[in-house]
Design a protein around this ligand. Sequence first.
Ligand code: CA
Length: 254
Amino acid sequence: MRHRILIVEDEAALVTLLRYNLEREGFDVSEARDGDEALVVIEESPPDLILLDWMLPWMSGLELCRQLRRKPATANVPIIMLTARTEEPDRLRGLDTGADDYITKPFSVDELIARIRAVLRRVRPAFAEQILSFADLTMDLASHRVARSGREVHLSPTEFRLLRQLLESPGRVFSRAQLLDLVWGRDQEVELRTVDATIRRLRRALNAGGRPDLLRTVRAAGYALDHADALHGGAEALEADAVGGPTGGEAPIR
Ligand code: CA
């Protein structure tokens, strides 16, 4: 149940760029090169949001937007118009016809993605707030799907809960005892080493295909979701471990 975005744009290079970046952000992407094709694609699989270029062959983006708004099935689908700077005076007309937002070419991908998320949050708060993300990792709480760079990662329910805990506070170091309480629950008879074992499996699943490690092991302290190159904290923790860490006992194993 990832958000499906339809790109309606006749410039192939821009479509490729958009598709690459949107998929990396965890969106499902479909595309259409003109208004007629868009109508067919929408009929087949209704998108959650449409990126609609103003300048299209045959039918303009504006005309397509009007048509979509007239049909009950698509009257409420969020639309972000892509316009060129020269079309600036027409922007307000675009908004009048029912586009939810517009973005002027050339735009940065980050800005576009922020706009997409903002529109989705506004239109469908129940859905949009259920996506957690960090770096190229996304977690859809509604569908229980996890992806890295748009590719699905399969996790067990426990691995999912553990990752969710880490994703809700990126960078924060959780001790194994904290994770045990938060993920397994206080009343469960589970050993601390179970946390380590689950982290190991989670790490294997997330790093499949040689992706950079996002789970940081802090010796004698615990684990954090972090960029792997954040070595500073690790070095400090290593020293703490040498003088006897707070948790004592076995050190977490990577
Ligand atoms: Ca165009």
